[in-house]
Design a binder for this molecule. Structure first.
Ligand SMILES: C[S@@+](CC[C@H](N)C(=O)[O-])C[C@H]1O[C@@H](n2cnc3c(N)ncnc32)[C@H](O)[C@@H]1O
Length: 277
C-alpha cells in the first residue's frame, strides 16, 4: 500500500458499535437497492416496498450512481483534484476516489457520512488506483461548520484551491425545517471561486401520485423520511452557481455515455453540476 494512503478515521468517534439494525438507514436501503450486501431486515423491508412498485427504484439508484461517476470524471478531467463527498454511502463499484484517482492519481478525497456503517468500510474507501490521499469523516451534513473545521478536511484539502463538493442523493434526507438551502449555501460559501458542486436529488416530477405515496410508505420508518422536491426547489440549492451543460436534468440525461435507455425519462432523480463563479 502506498504510504500516501491514509488509514486514519476520526478518533473522536468510537468504533461503530450500535448500527441500530432495527431502524432502516438511508445508506443501507440504498445498498439494498443497488444489489449490495450491507443491509439488515429493516432496510430490506423498506427497499422491497420500493421494488414492489416495479424496477424503477433499482433503475433510479443505478442511474444516480452512474451520474456521480460521470460527474467526478468530468471534473477530474477539468483539472479538479480535490473532492469533498458528503453522503458517501456504503462503498460499491466506482467510488468517488477510484474514479477521480483513475483520472488523476494524485486526487485527494474526503468522504463524509453520518452513518457509522460507512466507517466500517473505511479501509475499502481508502484503497484506490492512485497515490492520492483519501480520508473518511463521520459527521452530519446538518452541521456544515463542523465538517469544514474537521482535521480530515483541513489536513487533506486545500480550501484556497477549487474543490468539488458532492451532495449526491443526500439532500432529500433533510427536511425543509432543517434548512437544507442554507446548509448548501454555507458549504459553497466556504469554497473558492472555480469550485464545483455536484448535486442529485429525488423529485416527484415524474412520479404518479400512487408512486409518491408508495415512496413515502417505504421510507416511513427511516427517521429522515424521503423528502421529495420539485425541480424548482432542487434548482434553488444551486443558486449562485453556473450550471454546466445540460443544466438540471433527470440524472440519466446528464452527459450520458451513450443513448439513455427508454426508461430513463422515468428516473425520478434530478442532477446537475454547477461552477462557483
Ligand atoms: C442514497 S445514499 C447516496 C450515496 C452516494 N452519494 C451516491 O449517490 O451513490 C445517501 C447517503 O447519505 C448519508 N446521509 C443521509 N443523511 C445524512 C446527513 N445528515 N449527514 C451525512 N450523511 C447523510 C446516508 O448515510 C447515505 O450514506
Amino acid at each position: 500500500m502506498s504510504e500516501n494512503w491514509m488509514t486514519e478515521v476520526d478518533t473522536r468517534f468510537p468504533e461503530p458499535t450500535n448500527l441500530h439494525p432495527e431502524i432502516p438507514h438511508p445508506a443501507r436501503v440504498y445498498d439494498f437497492l443497488l444489489g449490495g450486501k450491507d443491509h439488515f431486515p429493516s432496510d430490506r423491508e423498506a427497499g422491497e416496498k420500493i421494488l414492489a412498485m416495479g424496477e424503477g427504484g433499482r433503475t433510479a439508484v443505478r442511474a444516480n450512481r452512474a451520474f456521480l461517476q460521470r460527474a467526478v470524471r468530468t471534473l477530474a478531467e477539468l483539472g479538479i483534484d480535490q473532492f469533498l463527498d458528503i453522503g458517501t454511502g456504503i462503498p460499491t463499484a466506482g467510488n468517488t476516489h477510484q474514479v477521480a484517482q483513475q483520472a488523476d492519481p494524485e486526487a485527494r478525497v474526503v468522504y463524509v457520512d453520518n452513518d457509522p456503517i460507512v466507517l466500517t468500510h473505511a479501509r475499502a474507501l481508502m484503497s484506490g488506483p492512485g497515490h492520492g490521499v483519501t480520508r473518511v469523516l463521520q459527521a452530519d451534513l446538518r452541521e456544515p461548520e463542523q465538517i469544514l473545521a474537521a482535521r480530515e478536511v483541513t489536513e487533506t484539502l486545500d480550501l484556497t484551491r477549487p474543490v468539488a463538493l458532492l451532495l449526491v442523493a443526500v439532500l432529500h434526507f433533510l427536511k425543509d425545517s432543517e434548512r437544507p438551502g442554507e446548509i448548501v449555501a454555507a458549504l459553497i460559501d466556504a469554497l473558492p471561486s472555480g469550485s464545483y458542486v455536484v448535486l442529485s436529488h429525488v423529485t416527484d416530477e415524474v412520479l404518479t401520485d400512487e408512486e409518491v405515496t408508495g415512496v413515502g410508505v417505504a421510507y416511513s420508518k427511516v427517521p429522515t423520511g424521503m423528502n421529495l422536491r420539485t425541480r424548482e426547489q432542487v434548482g434553488q440549492f444551486l443558486t449562485g452557481v453556473d450550471l454546466l451543460d445540460p443544466g438540471l436534468v433527470l440524472c440519466p440525461f446528464w452527459r450520458p455515455d451513450g443513448e439513455p435507455a427508454p426508461e430513463a425519462n422515468r428516473v425520478s432523480i434530478l442532477a446537475a453540476v454547477g461552477r462557483k463563479p
